[in-house]
Design a protein around this ligand. Structure first.
Ligand SMILES: [Zn+2]
Length: 138
């Protein structure tokens, strides 16, 4: 998408534009100062282009080898209200204490049938995936 297309999208009250780093690297493999820079610079670039500072972050790749406790802490330090991993799961009240380590449901082309999406959003599939553990923020 172009910046003007993004600006049009961002103007919709149902849309939230978040940060996603500059280089799309596996953050857990980078030194902490680089991680801070990746998160903060991507937010600043979006703010400069769209006029609104992103308050939410999505970790590139987002699995446990790409984003872990250090990245969750840095995102919180930088003031992001929330950050999502790609660790599969649905939200539970205990996630309120881990807002920069949220799970998500991946809709990547393999689960596009509505009945699959309904099963994923019910939490039953991710409960089995996670061994019925609700929180995976370590
Ligand atoms: Zn990505």
């Amino acid at each position: 998408m172009s910046w003007p297309e993004l600006a049009e999208l961002a103007a919709d009250p149902l849309v939230t534009i978040g940060a996603h780093t500059v280089s799309h690297s596996m953050l857990a493999k980078l030194p902490p100062d680089t991680v801070r820079s990746e998160m903060d610079l991507s937010r600043s670039i979006i703010e400069a282009a769209l006029g609104a500072r992103p308050e939410h972050l999505s970790y590139p790749i987002g699995d446990s080898t790409s984003a872990g406790p250090r990245e969750f802490a840095i995102a919180a330090e930088l003031g992001f209200k929330t950050a999502v991993t790609t660790r599969p799961g649905v939200l539970f009240p205990s996630h309120s204490r881990h807002l920069t380590a949220l799970p998500r449901i991946s809709l990547n082309g393999e689960y596009q049938r509505l009945r699959y999406v309904r099963v994923l959003l019910s939490g039953s599939a991710t409960a089995m995936w996670n061994g019925f553990r609700r929180l995976d923020a370590a």
